[in-house]
Design a protein around this ligand. Structure first.
Ligand code: GGG
Length: 350
């Protein structure tokens, strides 16, 4: 990761945005883990902030200004999950999509690492601000029925900066390989621009050979999903436009046994926000059985991004131990334990 800050501050202010569903169960778990790190971190200050569909139904606002202004009062943040409905709701727009854009958190970095299978150790780097998620959709009524259209935006600027992030990440990894994911055999203009721009990153002015040791591969998105399941070991850093990256990282989570294990950070040049890859899981909300490990690992990734490497290592080692031991696991991993019991098990290993 590129460093956002040095690890020398006297306090660390973290915004907590649990949002909907099990976000309200896993973000407190991540907070407890951070609090247990003691002197490995500066004094922690937590700021509770609101967002989500539930909030929208109560107040008419899914993303209050106080939450958008998070950078004013916080050094970093942790976000839980959102439950946007699949139907259109007047006046509502996904707060997580909006927050990533408002804070220009242009990279969604999703490491998928299996504790048991060495062949699964990859990072999906998802562009976070454009593609179909610009949400410019129209519905028109024609003589033959309704017609829906969506704009897909791919810019050179966004492709260049996500490509640069992918190369930086690859440079810091043993295998040093970037695979560009696209569909430019069909979408030759939009995906063509993404592919061409990411490919050109090593030749950008100012890069001057920095990425010479990084191998470049590319893969059409559909065959990338197939090969991900057949031979995950061929991937190191996968860089993709927003929608493909969203789908690929959920699919890759199947390789490690559960979405409940996969963390992410939303990263920009001046702020970082940890966020478990899983959604709000309304089917298990309130039962106390949500897997807290993705949120806890997201807190570790957030710390790593802020250059608190030792604290992040402690969390990851404790989480890996709990998974490897296999005694205290939530039902998504075949266990019978509650969220709190898993948190306790992690804290004992810290
Ligand atoms: N933490 C990831 C998450 O919330 N995933 C579900 C998601 O992306 N939802 C988008 C939305 O509901 O607006």
């Amino acid at each position: 990761f590129r460093s956002l800050a040095t690890a020398t501050r006297s306090s660390l202010r973290i915004g907590l945005i649990p949002a909907d569903g099990i976000g309200r169960e896993v973000i407190p778990a991540a907070r407890r883990t951070l609090e247990a790190l003691g002197s490995d971190l500066p004094k922690l200050e937590f700021h509770d902030l609101l967002a989500g569909f539930d909030l929208f139904t109560k107040t008419g606002a899914a993303l209050p200004n106080e939450t958008i202004d998070i950078e004013g009062g916080c050094d970093a943040a942790l976000f839980g999950a959102v439950s946007s409905p699949s139907r259109k709701v007047a006046g509502y727009s996904s707060p997580i999509v909006a927050l990533r854009k408002e804070l220009d958190l242009y990279a969604n970095i999703r490491p998928v690492v299996s504790v048991e299978k060495p062949s699964v150790d990859l990072v999906v780097v998802r562009e976070n601000t454009e593609c179909l998620y610009v949400k410019q959709e129209t519905l028109t009524h024609t003589d033959s029925g309704r017609e829906a259209r969506a704009t897909r935006l791919i810019t050179e600027r966004a492709s260049r900066r996500i490509g640069t992030m992918a190369f930086e990440l690859a440079l810091a990894r043993p295998r040093k390989q970037v695979t560009i994911i696209h569909k430019s055999n069909v979408l030759s203009v939009t995906d063509g621009l993404f592919r061409e721009t990411v490919r050109a990153v090593p030749r950008l002015p100012g890069v001057s050979g920095r990425f010479d040791s990084v191998a470049i591969a590319e893969q059409i998105v559909d065959s990338a999903v197939y090969r991900l399941f057949r031979e995950p070991e061929i991937y190191d850093v996968m860089v993709a436009p927003n929608l493909y990256g969203d789908i690929l990282s959920d699919a890759a989570a199947a390789l490690v046994g559960s979405l409940g294990l996969v963390p992410s950070v939303n990263a920009g040049d001046s702020f970082v926000m940890g966020e478990p890859v899983h959604g709000s899981a309304p089917d298990i909300e309130g039962q106390g059985i949500a897997n807290p490990l993705a949120a806890i690992r997201s807190a570790a990734l957030m710390l790593r991004h802020l250059k608190y490497e030792d604290a992040a290592d402690r969390i990851d080692t404790a989480v890996n131990h709990v998974i490897r031991e296999g005694r205290v696991l939530t039902p998504d991993l075949g266990g019978k334990s509650k969220t709190d019991e898993v948190v306790e098990a992690v804290l004992r290993r810290l």
